[in-house]
Design a protein around this ligand. Structure first.
Ligand SMILES: Cc1cc2nc3c(=O)[nH]c(=O)nc-3n(C[C@H](O)[C@H](O)[C@H](O)COP(=O)(O)O)c2cc1C
Length: 434
């Protein structure tokens, strides 16, 4: 039976699935469910500092799936969170309506976490305290320190610094614009008051995620949590409006290949996935890679994305939105599918395949992956769409049927894509040799 244990810096997790901060970790009941589902760790959601404006507003928490027509496919998804759980943590400051209605003060929240610790311990699950973040005001170092102290005393195993909000906003870019203030200073402040491992959440919208992650490592972070959610504008051309509310940002399983690329580049430096320009790549690779754990958050829908992230070099993987859509049962389903995959591939431990994805070179790509189109003469109507789209003039009509000249074909598959009757299929080199 496959062993799913992983090391995430100083922490040992019974499996690499972490339920990320969000509604599914927003209160005692939900966190117990997250623990009992069998996850390796649970990130308890952040407590958000409210701006004075927000404090004057009644705060309702509304979570809603947008783009429902394709949300269960590989399409866009986005969740609306009209209010983050918000409260003022500074003693003596009026928490405002929002803070007073549904969400706890830091002290109350720390008490909840302290009660959860034994439950987590019983299940061999780690609790990670998400701290920081902000509404429209960035938290001062006193806030970072107060939250870090409270969570540490409550007994969490690690801290996650919410330095780049997701749902994304321009705050993610602050990290880029003033990294000393918004990235380095919070990490150092938290490290001063807590001896726990510190993981730093970084939004892709921060511009240079690799540079920011590298800086976080230098500042003392024990791991980075790259998060794929983008500030976006989905335009409805019929109504000439935005289709969905932009604030939650856009994420979803479609972003998994981007996340894999980020993980790989973080692990190997920019040159790791650079083109064939080895000399440039090598120069960057040596001084840009990140050696602390990478714990991606964004786009996981099934075991496939989890395995893709691990193969690319992740130490563990977070899931948020898909849990909201499917419930906590997603955790055992993914774990079971991972075990089956590992058994099938002959892996007994995750470290056997972690970060081992093989990249193609130009040579292997040309040898192994160049397909040749085959035309089914019974289906071909001789419409000529394949002739129109080919920029190598490989197809021509012979007796009213498309014929594709192998020597001219580069294997791009455009002809297959445009054929209206599906008459063109691809034959791969390996198939031919069999
Ligand atoms: C409704 C909602 C609330 C969230 N609240 C938090 C939060 O309190 N702290 C945090 O660090 N991330 C929060 N997130 C971000 C998620 O943890 C996660 O990083 C992001 O949604 C991308 O992962 P996913 O594609 O699996 O959803 C929230 C996400 C959603 C959808």
């Amino acid at each position: 039976m496959a062993d799913l244990e992983v090391e995430m810096g100083p922490l040992r997790l019974k499996n690499p699935l972490i339920i990320g901060a969000g509604p599914s970790t927003r209160n005692y009941t939900n966190i117990v469910k997250a623990i009992e589902a069998g996850s390796g760790a649970v990130v308890v959601r952040s407590l958000h500092v409210m701006s004075p404006d927000e404090q004057r507003q009644p705060v309702r928490s509304v979570f809603r799936v947008f783009s429902p027509e394709n949300v269960f496919g590989d399409g866009l998804y986005s969740f609306q969170s009209t209010s983050a759980p918000a409260r003022r943590i500074v003693r003596g400051v009026d928490p405002g309506l929002g803070g007073a209605t549904r969400t706890p003060t830091l002290e109350q929240w720390a008490e909840v976490i302290a009660r959860l610790e034994p439950v987590a311990g019983k299940h061999g699950c780690h609790l990670i305290g998400s701290i920081g973040w902000c509404g429209t005001n960035m938290p001062g170092l006193d806030v970072w320190e107060a939250e870090a102290r409270a969570m540490t005393e409550a007994g969490v195993s690690a801290l996650e610094l919410h330095t780049s909000p997701s749902p994304p906003c321009e705050c993610a870019r602050f990290v880029q614009v003033d990294p000393d203030r918004y990235l380095v200073a919070p990490i150092r402040a938290v490290k001063r008051v807590s001896s726990l491992p510190v993981f730093v959440k970084l939004g892709v919208d921060c511009c240079d995620l690799i540079g920011a992650a590298r800086l976080a490592q230098i500042a003392g972070a024990d791991g980075v949590v790259p998060t794929t959610r983008w500030i976006s504008l989905d335009v409805d051309v019929e109504n000439e409006t935005e289709k969905i509310w932009r604030l939650p940002g856009i994420g979803g399983p479609w972003s998994a290949p981007i996340m894999c690329g980020l993980i790989y580049r973080l692990r190997h430096g920019s040159g790791g996935l650079g083109s064939g320009y080895a000399s440039i790549g090598q120069t960057l690779a040596s001084d840009e890679s990140v050696t602390i754990p990478i714990i991606p958050s964004g786009g996981v829908k099934t075991d496939k994305e989890v395995l893709q992230y691990l193969l690319s070099g992740a130490s563990a993987v977070q899931i948020c939105t898909q849990i909201l859509m499917e419930g906590y049962g997603l955790v055992p389903r993914i774990l079971e599918a991972m075990e089956q995959w590992m058994d099938r591939r002959g892996y007994s431990r995750i470290e056997d395949f972690c970060g081992t994805v093989r990249l193609h070179t130009k040579e292997t790509f040309a040898r192994e992956l160049r397909p040749h189109p085959l035309v089914n003469a019974n289906l071909c109507t001789g419409c000529g769409r394949c002739i129109e789209c080919c920029w190598n003039q490989a197809p021509s009509l012979r007796e009213g049927v498309s014929h594709i000249e192998r020597e001219r074909c580069e294997g791009c598959q455009a002809c297959r894509y445009v054929c209206p009757v599906g008459a063109i299929s691809m034959k791969w080199e390996e198939d031919r040799e069999e």
